[in-house]
Design a protein. Structure first.
Length: 370
């Protein structure tokens, strides 16, 4: 592999929830071609599946499967495969990404109910319990762990306890938390946990991943509503053919992800990465408040992944001007996604360290020309 230090620096740092800034080692890992049928490549896939399963839980009875496409492709593969023809989905939503799960279900013709908590409120387990008591037809419950619309971290363990007590299957979209926030899939009771290569594990876009209870996944045989997004069929081929994908896989992305997993281990695992992200987020919120910005959420609701800030009310403020000024200084931030408040978002994940956050704060201060 080429010496990563020889690669050019990126012109700006991505302070986004993914795709995000990656290390030079991850970038360098993509500078080799791989054959999808070759044993060397399939050995990488086998190793990744084992490591991902262990990262989700050390409890027995779990397995993992990789799926081409963005993280949403993997969410759709779970919804379209896990729900039987007579199944019904309950989505617990407090942002755009929870609502997207409901949209997926409706596109697939799956009956779906939604508990809409509001974008600045956490789901209440008691409300979910009542809904499950009222509607025995509900077979599966889905929720987003880290809702990046606002940066909200949802109580997936408490919700999981309610879902399991009611005897329903549980789907957790851990897109923006897996690998960066400590969790135990078995402890939360999740039958299916979904994430993506380009989030907290700090790979690049190109595939998603699902860690599933083996028993729950085995029950999905024949239920897929899509050829390419049939999660069970994908898993079966990977199991029986030693890491092979059914259709062309993103080989360079897979190799980059393997490098990203090595870097996660070298950093000290999820606990160490969680600590770094949390420190980034604390520095960011403290510094932005000193500059006069307010957060959308109270601190108790924040995740260490991304933070939503209220836009200044000054007449001269325009997000695009602010964005362009920061980009010129080497930082890219994210527009807001909240429906009824004017916000913008700043991410803390990726190859981002406290020194970078301090440089960002100086850039923000020098860009406040409204």
């Amino acid at each position: 592999m080429i010496d990563p230090s020889l690669l050019p620096d990126n012109p700006y740092l991505l302070l986004t929830p993914g795709p995000l800034s990656t290390s030079k080692g991850v970038k360098a890992a993509m500078l080799r071609d791989w054959c999808t049928w070759d044993d060397d490549y399939n050995a990488i896939v086998r190793s990744l599946r084992e490591k991902l399963t262990t990262l989700a839980t050390t409890a027995p009875g779990y397995t993992s499967v990789l799926m081409q496409g963005s993280g949403t492709f993997s969410v759709e593969s779970v919804i379209g495969t896990a729900l039987p023809r007579d199944g019904r989905l309950l989505v617990v939503a407090n942002g755009a990404y929870g609502n997207r799960i409901a949209v997926i279900a409706r596109y697939l013709g799956i009956p779906c109910s939604v508990i809409n908590c509001g974008e600045t409120e956490r789901p209440e387990p008691a409300a979910v319990a009542r809904k499950l008591d009222q509607d025995p037809a509900i077979s599966h419950v889905a929720v987003v762990h880290c809702e990046t619309t606002t940066g909200m971290l949802n109580p997936v363990e408490a919700l999981g306890a309610v879902v399991k007590a009611a005897g329903r299957a549980y789907i957790v979209d851990a897109m923006s938390s897996f690998g960066g926030i400590r969790l135990d899939q078995a402890a939360m009771g999740a039958d299916f946990l979904v994430s993506s290569a380009n989030k907290c594990i700090q790979g690049v876009p190109g595939f998603g991943l699902v860690v599933a209870r083996r028993e729950s996944l085995e029950r999905c045989a024949g239920q897929g509503r899509s050829l390419s997004l049939d999660l069970y069929a994908q898993w079966k081929v990977m199991e029986e053919k030693g890491g092979k994908w059914r259709f062309t896989s993103p080989t360079h992305v897979v190799r980059a992800f393997a490098r990203a997993m090595e870097e996660l281990e070298a950093e000290g695992g999820v606990a160490a990465r969680h600590t770094r992200y949390a420190r980034n987020q604390r520095l960011l919120t403290e510094g932005m408040r000193e500059l006069g910005f307010a957060t959308l959420l109270p601190d108790a609701f924040h995740s260490p992944v991304i933070t939503a800030f209220l836009s200044p009310e000054a007449p001269g403020y325009r997000f695009q001007d602010f964005y362009d000024a920061l980009k010129a200084k080497g930082f890219v931030i994210y527009p807001g996604k909240v429906t009824d408040r004017d916000t913008f978002r700043i991410g803390n994940i990726g190859e981002v360290y406290p020194a970078d956050i301090k440089r960002l704060l100086a850039a923000v201060k020098n860009s406040m020309d409204w």
